[in-house]
Design a protein around this ligand. Structure first.
Ligand SMILES: *Cc1c(COP(=O)(O)O)cnc(C)c1O
Length: 230
């Protein structure tokens, strides 16, 4: 079942790349394994997927310990400052930086462990009340501030689009995030590259790829529905 799901996702990614005139190698599929057991992750791993996303620190650490260390773990969920120390040397990319204080903590903890943390700035393009992320207008000054911190590289932007029935409704959001990343890139800020655009989930990753996503975060489409009650 997981293999069939993966084949379908792969097929859709390939086609979205073709439609957009992009090379398949420009898009990284992150299998979002939150709430899912080790056995299912191993199944996905066997299919050659090496990028996994988790949204809770404890869960990421547990899985990190139990699974092969060539896996690339992505921290995609809201991150509390007191938990940064547990993942700063485990996550290859932190997708959800949306405050200067959080960035400062990441910088400090990365320095302590003698690593450089790669991060994305989470932007709340849709301006949904319930979501984390900074506003589009705040992004440039925010990136400029963070770029001054040691042991941190800003690799790009991330957004979570609203849940919609028709993924076309989210196209303008992905378009806007791409535009923002291009705007920031032209400023040539030290320690800032803007090569990564993390956008698109099960419901809308094809549209996100058409609009320039380099990393799509797919959970349900690979692992099936999540059950939070077990
Ligand atoms: C859970 C989650 C996803 C995956 O969602 P699906 O709709 O299951 O693909 C992607 N991004 C973030 C930030 C998430 O928390």
């Amino acid at each position: 079942m997981i293999k069939d799901n993966l084949d379908l996702v792969e097929h859709k990614i390939t086609n979205a790349c073709k439609r957009a005139g992009r090379d398949r190698s420009e898009v990284t599929l992150i299998a979002v394994s939150k709430t899912k057991p080790i056995s299912m992750i191993e199944e996905v791993l066997e299919e050659g997927i090496l990028h996994f996303g988790e949204n809770k620190v404890q869960e990421l650490c547990d899985k990190y310990e139990q699974l092969p260390n060539h896996i690339n773990w992505h921290m995609i969920g809201h991150l509390q400052r007191n938990k940064v120390k547990y993942i700063v040397d485990k996550a290859c990319l932190i997708h959800s930086v949306d405050s200067l204080r959080l960035a400062e903590t990441i910088s400090q903890e990365a320095a302590k462990k003698n690593v450089t943390a790669s991060i994305l700035i989470e932007v709340n393009v849709a301006q949904e009340e319930s979501k984390y992320g900074i506003r589009v207008e705040e992004a440039l000054p925010f990136v400029e501030e963070i770029s001054k911190l040691p042991n941190i590289l800003v690799k790009g932007l991330m957004t979570i689009a609203p849940f919609v029935k028709d993924s076309e409704e989210n196209r303008y959001i992905f378009h806007k995030l791409k535009q923002l990343s291009v705007d920031i890139k032209t400023k040539n800020i030290d320690n800032v590259s803007m090569n990564i655009l993390s956008m698109g989930m099960t419901g809308d990753y094809e549209v996100a790829i058409e609009e320039g996503a380099t990393h799509v975060r797919v959970g349900t489409g690979i692992f099936g529905e999540r059950n939070y009650n077990i």
